[in-house]
Design a protein. Structure first.
Length: 426
């Protein structure tokens, strides 16, 4: 039996950036350790890594400012605080996201309002327009898995209505649409460098914006609550920037790794994208299976293939078929996943949201006087019918960023066999 027929062949996990670690990341970490300078503002032989990453990342996205932070979740908190979101405000966001997206809204004291998705699995501008009220302070667009959707249209709607747009690009570093980078469409955007993301230092995040004011506010919140003057000294007298900081600074070690990863981002995303579209070509020969709409495939960062079926049963059967035909899931990885098992990415699975729980056991934001208007808002399954229907009928395949020819052959064979078994050719 050849190795490609061997059903026990393990596939690498879908940790895109980490699979591309090599001596360059080792050198970067070693340099910071040798310099005895892991802190972003000073050190024995200070290397200025965070500052340099901020410059390079801002330039890469095509924005003026970037702030390195400790996590994507922290980046969301800083961005939301910078936008001045709080009690009495509504923040509109899709129901397909990560729990951090909605938790950052709830922790600000504002009310999350769920918006349905379109066939790109991104926010539907039509539903967004209907849900805007005089209380809408901000919109969060969440391009999941590196596909941007109708972000330009959403940005236009936000502008017309004088609403701030935050792009949660945690899963979309390196993605673009017709040449414009994810994170450059709205007023402010955030990124994550956690291990499942396109580039990674294990943890890490960034806030990106063209607005000096939003940048300075995010900076203050990420540090001690205050901005810095031209000389880099804390300015505690400036009344525009007197907040409560959360101390989520990025470390020099994180920045050193992310700087190396940023140089590899094109290689990482193109490896995933190229193979993803080879798989799409296979399944496009069959009836009863489709994939999500991608306006500009060349800007898809490629990590996730969503396969949509007519029924829930077919989506489960397809997942099982892929596994039976040789796609073995290594522990900790998740190759073929039915979207019903996609956990805290789906609004109705978030028990704290459905149950309108409080941040720390006292009053929940839905009980605040300023939020009286929202006391009957609902978040359980059924709130977003289009998303609910897609979730029932979709199986995901996570495309790894580094696959040997042997792996690729095995995966393609599994796709062809499963399609032949379950579907009719076109
Ligand atoms: C859409 C989205 N937003 C925010 C985050 C949070 O990022 P982090 O894990 O770096 O806190 C994630 C991470 O999974 C995410 O997928």
């Amino acid at each position: 039996m050849s190795k490609t027929d061997d059903k026990s062949l393990d596939l690498p996990q879908e940790w895109p950036g980490a699979l591309h670690y090599d001596e360059q990341e080792v050198e970067a970490v070693t340099r910071i350790v040798r310099a005895q300078s892991p802190f972003r503002f000073y050190g024995l032989d200070f290397q200025h890594e965070v500052e340099q990453l901020e410059k390079e990342f801002a330039e890469y996205i095509g924005a003026k400012y970037c702030l390195g932070v400790s996590h994507g979740t922290a980046a969301l908190q800083c961005a939301i605080a910078a936008m001045g979101v709080g009690p009495g405000d509504e923040v509109l966001l899709p129901g397909y996201f990560w729990v951090s997206t909605v938790s950052a809204v709830v922790r600000s004291g504002a009310i999350p309002v769920l918006v349905d998705i379109d066939n790109s699995f991104n926010m539907d501008p039509g539903d967004l327009a209907q849900k805007i009220t005089k209380r809408t302070k901000a919109v969060i667009m969440v391009p999941m898995g590196g596909v941007l959707g109708q972000v330009k249209k959403v940005a236009e709607i936000c502008k017309e209505n004088n609403i701030l747009l935050l792009e949660d690009c945690a899963q979309s570093s390196g993605a673009s649409q017709f040449g414009k980078m994810a994170g450059s469409f709205g007023d402010i955007s955030i990124f994550s460098f956690q291990i499942n993301k396109n580039i990674t230092a294990g943890e890490g995040g960034a806030v990106v914006t063209n607005s000096e004011e939003l940048y300075k506010k995010a900076f203050a919140v990420h540090d001690l609550g205050y901005t810095k003057d031209e000389e880099g000294n804390l300015d505690i007298e400036n009344k525009d920037y007197q907040f409560w900081g959360i101390g989520c600074r990025m470390s020099e070690v994180t920045a050193a790794i992310v700087r190396v990863q940023l140089k590899k981002i094109g290689l990482i995303t193109s490896s995933m994208r190229n193979f993803k579209y080879q798989l799409i070509e296979i399944i496009s020969g069959y009836k009863g299976i489709s994939t999500r709409y991608v306006a500009d495939p060349s800007g898809d960062s490629g990590g996730f293939l969503k396969m949509i079926f007519d029924t829930k049963e077919m989506a489960f059967n397809f997942r099982d078929g892929l596994i039976e035909n040789g796609i073995k899931v290594r522990q900790g990885g998740y190759y073929p996943v039915h979207m019903l098992d996609w956990g805290l990415h789906i609004y109705s699975n978030i028990t704290a949201l459905v149950g309108k729980k409080s941040f720390c056991g006292h009053h929940s934001v839905w009980e605040l006087q300023e939020n009286e208007f929202a006391k009957d808002y609902k978040y359980e399954k059924g709130t977003l019918p289009v998303l609910d229907s897609f979730v029932e009928r979709t199986t995901l395949f996570c495309v790894a960023s580094k696959l040997s020819d042997e792996h690729k052959t095995l995966i393609k064979k599994a796709f062809t066999k499963t399609c032949d078994l379950l579907l009719e050719s076109k």
